[in-house]
Design a protein around this ligand. Structure first.
Ligand code: IPM
Ligand code: MG
Length: 365
């Protein structure tokens, strides 16, 4: 199969982790004989620097013409004092909107090899396997009007329509059917009107899925339960802001923010990105964990390329590398040696090739 993928390395550690993800995708192409065409474009602070815009027209056109987009990270401290519209992040938000993926899938599981790396007692996080389905194109992130009323008063708008809630709820229920058939819908319905609407619409959608158990959980309760009993969640359905916050919290269950992937689906072109940010403090030093970006490649292979076997191979290769003790700095315990970004990429690639060879030898016998 052939697939046209646009890479958007972006800022900070984005280029380092994207390089490893691209290398792995290339290796998959070689092993399984697929023609992946990769091209690279500018986004975020890197694009402001070179083209004067966080989402240049050339980048947007290339992404809209692609089969899938793989992004590294955006954000740079240089733009700290700028208003939201003039920051690198604005390019990412505009890109998400233009590509149209309204359902942001963020899986976060406690990897057996990393259970002792979380801040929680091992027995608490063991078995935790959460899929956050975050609404990505509405809510506080995009609500209008927004701005400053005067220099001392700022405001944003939290608005959701029935159709926005309904379409993302359907994605959550559909995905729950392939998992443990539970949806926890997150809101603040004791305070917010948008949350009351959210709750009513999700309840209505849930009637079409009698085989899926639905519960409504206040966002504050959810935050606590994520720490005390994360294994009690299956699919978490949340609005844009709650989903943003809860997905970083879910990272602590997984062992590191650096290992979490995401996919934004349901629009014109699907967008894949690790959940982590640009981490300017460690950028350019080869310290970043490329697993979030590489696991995003696995999601791309499954959702956009419809290559479940190849997706599984990448996920297994990550598992094997972690089980064999490969650790970047974010995962290394005290006294443990840690690998560079590139070395972690190598370890995963090595595992991928070994798994492939073993499988092929097995079939040849
Ligand atoms: C994320 C990030 C982004 C978001 C930022 C960089 C705009 O935190 O993908 O979770 O808030 O969506
Ligand atoms: Mg975030």
């Amino acid at each position: 199969m052939s697939l046209n993928v646009v890479l958007l390395p972006g800022d900070g550690i984005g280029p380092e982790v994207t390089a490893e993800a691209a290398r792995l995708l290339g290796r998959i192409g070689e092993l399984y004989r697929h023609a992946f065409q990769l091209s690279t474009c500018l986004v975020g602070g890197a694009a402001i620097e070179q083209e004067g815009s966080s989402l240049p027209a050339r980048t947007l056109d290339a992404c809209l013409a692609a089969d899938a987009v793989l992004l590294g990270a955006v954000g740079h401290p240089r733009y700290e004092d700028r208003s939201p519209a003039d920051r690198p992040e604005a390019g990412l938000l505009a890109l998400r909107k233009a590509l149209g993926g309204f359902a942001n899938l963020r899986p976060a599981a406690c990897h057996p090899a990393l259970a002792d790396r979380t801040p929680f007692r091992t027995e608490r996080v063991q078995g935790a396997d959460i899929l956050i389905v975050r609404e990505l194109l509405g809510g506080l992130y995009f609500g209008e009007p927004r701005g400053y009323r005067d220099p001392e008063t700022a405001f944003n708008t939290l608005v959701y329509s029935k159709s926005e809630v309904e379409r993302v709820a359907r994605v959550a229920f559909d995905l729950a059917r392939g998992r443990r058939r539970r949806v926890s819908s997150i809101d603040k319905a004791n305070v917010l009107e948008t949350s009351r609407l959210w709750r009513n619409v999700v309840t209505e959608v849930g009637r079409d899925y009698p085989d899926v158990a639905l519960e409504h959980v206040y966002v504050d309760t959810c935050a606590m339960r994520m720490a005390t009993n994360p294994a009690s969640f299956d699919v978490i359905l949340a609005d844009n802001l709650f989903g943003d916050i809860l997905s970083d919290q879910a990272a602590s269950v997984a062992g590191s923010l650096g290992v979490l992937p995401s996919a934004s689906v349901g629009g014109r072109v699907d967008l894949y990105e690790p959940v982590h940010g640009s981490a300017p403090d460690i950028a350019g030093q080869g310290l970043a964990n490329p697993i979030g970006a590489i696991a995003s490649v696995a999601m791309l292979l499954r959702h956009s390329a419809r290559l479940p076997r190849e997706a599984q191979a990448v996920e297994q290769a990550i598992d094997v590398a972690l089980a064999s003790g490969a650790r970047t700095r974010d995962l290394a315990g005290p006294g443990e040696t840690s690998l560079s970004t590139r070395e972690m990429g190598d370890a995963i690639e090595h595992a991928l090739v070994e798994l492939f060879d073993r499988h092929h030898t097995y079939h040849a016998v």
